[in-house]
Write a protein that binds this ligand. Structure first.
Ligand code: HAS
Length: 546
């Protein structure tokens, strides 16, 4: 059972970012309309292109994901480790995150932080933007620390038991988050805030990019791992079966601790300041980080097959039909299953990006947003939507008021995101740039920059984006109708997250303890990032201000 004194905190952590998501998603739809030339202007309803794009990225990729990771972590840890979370620390963490978000929102909406979600220097934001981001991240650290004493107590009290797999997954996500946010905290606190306050004359932009991308790739696994917790510990049960192998679940989580950080240079293959040898090392490590996800694909397919066969599934492929794809009682299932389907393409395109030569073809083109809408806006976003609905209704003791519509949402989203990405992949392969208001340049037939070969890709992107916008509206219809329905204290008191039993419950010592994996992760980081950092620091780059 989820701790009672955490319920209000979890609800705020779920519902506040969902409210902001309405605005974030609206700017997603505007993006595709600008890019397709439907809006041919610098701004729409008083909000300019880059302000809208900043709000879209910051709300959807930073605020929603961080709040959700903490909320879901509070729920999983308190249920699986028997009510052991420090409510005071959880409240302090949530308060810091809320204050940080509100502080950062001010400059974004006032037009003083048009720096996109990557906030590269020398684009400069108002100091409050950076301060708000710092508070949001520190709040998430405090929320993580709130789990540690209870976990250590639980370990002491249950020396013979394995830590429940869901808790292992959540701890993995936050160990990665703790490691990867330290360099970006340095970037923001030591480089960007003093510069934006006018205390320093500029920023070593090469160093700031290195620090940002040290954070930027592990960040994606911080987004992904709560989703993997749902895949491993809940989806097999929803499918009517068991998790095929407990060991492989643990191995995958531990492997991410080692592999998710030492490879951020694959975002900087075009960075002249770093030697190609280290870029090659990061490329190899990037191929390696795909392995835990490939293992996940096989383990989950086996788990789904087992569940489907329990439901009467037969044959080599026909058993897929016995999964609860359209079951309105198990409406959470398609949010997870369709995420997996989308991730097949998201993963393949990630592997394309990982190679030095292929990345040169697609870097900074619309291929990149196509890739990441099949990852963070695919499995991650669908899992966030489904679980936010499931958790908030469960904690409030309410039932889903429109279960058929709840089932439809992930299908509509999947259709939209496939059309959208097809358009952006096509455009990217023809050189269409990302982060560009194409309607006033390359998609404007009256401009001498006009690129007729980009039109089809951007039109497809717009069609897909509109369908994705429709899915979000349908989701809010389900959420609001359900939140307005009658409440039952009995339902709230008996609510718990689903937990899958393992089919093979192997007990392998090597995956029982976080410590050796964390040490291996730190060694890998020192090897892969130490020399590039020395290269950048010893080059003495001049400080840049504009
Ligand atoms: Fe990525 C750029 C490489 C995964 C997000 N990535 C980005 C950016 C974002 C992002 C946001 O190497 C842009 C950042 C920016 O603003 O510039 N990415 C990878 C690789 C992986 C990968 C190798 N990315 C993710 C995930 C993300 C994410 C996950 C978010 C959550 N990515 C890159 C690279 C770049 C990049 C370069 C920089 C490119 C550039 O030039 O700028 C891997 O982790 C992917 C491994 C995944 C798999 C898929 C496994 C499949 C599964 C599904 C099984 C399905 C089943 C159901 C069982 C190998 C688990 C079956 C059903 C049936 C019906 C059959």
């Amino acid at each position: 059972m989820i701790q009672k004194n955490l319920r209000a905190i979890i609800l705020v952590e779920l519902l506040l970012p969902l409210a902001l998501l309405l605005f974030g998603a609206y700017h997603g739809v505007l993006q595709v309309l600008y890019r397709a030339g439907v809006i041919q202007d610098l701004e729409f309803l008083g909000i300019n292109y880059y302000r809208g794009l900043t709000a879209h990225g910051v709300i959807n990729a930073i605020v929603l994901t961080t709040f959700f990771g903490v909320a879901f972590g509070n729920a999983v840890i308190s249920q699986q480790l028997k009510q052991s979370v420090s409510a005071g620390a959880a409240l302090a963490g949530a308060a810091l995150m809320v204050v940080g978000t509100l502080i950062a929102a001010g400059p974004i909406f006032a037009g003083k932080a048009d720096v996109l979600y990557t906030f590269y220097a020398p684009m400069r934001a108002h100091p409050l933007f950076y301060i708000g981001v710092v508070l949001l991240v520190v709040g998430s650290w405090v929320s993580f620390w709130a789990w540690i004493p209870g976990y250590l107590r639980w370990r002491k009290g249950h020396p013979a038991q394995k830590t429940p797999l869901g808790a292992v997954g959540i701890f993995t996500a936050f160990i990665i988050w703790q490691m990867c946010t330290l360099p970006v905290a340095y970037e923001v606190i030591v480089q960007l805030i003093p510069w934006s306050l006018g205390w320093t004359s500029g920023v070593n932009v090469v160093l700031s990019r290195l620090l940002f991308w040290f954070f930027g790739h592990p960040l994606v696994y911080f987004w992904l791992l709560p989703t993997y917790v749902m895949y491993y510990t809940m989806m097999p049960r929803l499918a009517g079966g068991k998790l095929y192998s407990d060991f492989y679940g643990r191995l995958v989580f531990m492997a991410f601790i080692v592999l998710s950080s030492p490879l951020g240079l694959h975002h900087q293959f075009t960075e002249p300041a770093i030697s190609s040898g280290y870029k090659a090392l990061h490329a190899v490590l990037t191929f390696l980080v795909a392995v835990p996800s490939l293992v996940t694909a096989f383990t989950l397919a086996a788990s789904l097959e087992y569940g489907a066969r329990q439901n009467g599934g037969r044959g080599l492929f026909a058993w897929w039909g016995k999964l609860p794809h359209f079951d309105k009682e198990r409406w959470l299932f398609p949010y997870l299953f369709l995420g997996l389907v989308i991730f097949i393409l998201g993963g393949i395109t990630g592997i394309v990006n990982a190679s030095y030569s292929m990345s040169s073809l697609v870097h900074n083109t619309s291929w990149i947003p196509a890739h990441f809408h099949l990852t963070v806006a695919g499995p991650v976003f669908l899992a966030i939507l489904g679980m936010s609905l499931y958790l908030s209704l469960g904690l409030l003791g309410k039932k889903c008021a429109a279960p058929r519509m709840a089932v439809a949402v992930p299908y509509v989203w999947t259709l939209g995101v496939f059309i959208f990405s097809a358009g952006l992949f096509y455009g990217g392969l023809h050189g269409s740039p990302r982060r560009t208001n194409l309607g006033i340049s390359f998609l404007d037939p009256t401009s001498n920059l006009y690129r007729p070969d980009w039109v089809i890709g951007e039109y497809l992107g717009a069609a897909g984006g509109i369908v994705m916008g429709l899915a979000v509206l349908l989701f809010f219809y389900v959420l609001v109708r359900s939140l307005a329905s009658a409440r039952s204290t009995q339902l709230a008191d008996s609510f718990a997250l689903p937990e899958s039993e393992p089919y093979h419950d192997e007990d392998v010592k090597a995956v029982r303890n976080f410590k050796p994996w964390v040490v291996a992760g730190i060694v890998a980081i020192l090897i892969s990032y130490g020399p590039p950092l020395v290269q950048v620091l010893s080059a003495n780059y001049p400080l840049v201000s504009e």
